[in-house]
Design a protein around this ligand. Structure first.
Ligand code: NI
Length: 162
């Protein structure tokens, strides 16, 4: 396992639509292991493969005190509600932005063995699910800012990132 380096905007890999994973071979298993090691090392709540320079539809989420969620080829199947959140991204260091996110999100994905599962989240998990799946489509939270004054600089990365 290895801690990978994080790609930051304006790296074009962050703007690409990531490709579906067709085979869960050894190289994919190693990538997942490396992402799971990298996420806590960079104080991440979530991490998507494009953020480590790999344009594939893989994302991991690790909330405190819970087993990490590994999602291969994830899709949002349901979302509801709307709330305002302050969001940051490991790939946009030094900034936070105020945007709107869903209250509840359900995602269908494959696990690292290829078995289909669903995960339903509210609050931070819902936010992380939307944020990481956006990464797979080349979308950053910056794209949702209603105006430039909804983005502000922060002193240091004192909070966790997505
Ligand atoms: Ni992010």
């Amino acid at each position: 396992m290895a801690v990978l380096s994080i790609c930051c905007a304006p790296d074009p890999v962050l703007r690409r639509r990531a490709k579906r994973v067709s085979s869960l071979d050894g190289s994919i298993q190693k990538l997942i292991d490396d992402m799971l090691e990298t996420m806590p090392a960079v104080s991440g709540v979530g991490l998507a493969a494009p953020q480590v320079g790999v344009s594939l539809r893989i994302a991991v989420i690790g909330l405190a005190d819970e087993d990490p969620i590994v999602m291969v080829n994830p899709e949002i199947v349901k979302r509801s509600g709307e709330r305002t959140v302050v969001e940051g991204c490991l790939s946009v260091p030094g900034y936070r932005g105020e945007i709107s996110r869903s209250v509840s999100v359900t995602v269908k994905a494959r696990d690292r063995q290829g078995k289909e599962f669903r995960v339903k989240g509210t609050e931070l998990l819902a936010q992380a699910l939307e944020h990481e799946l956006d990464h797979l489509n080349g979308v950053l939270y910056l794209d949702y800012l209603e105006s430039p004054d909804k983005l502000y600089e922060i002193e240091a990365e004192e909070e966790q990132g997505l």
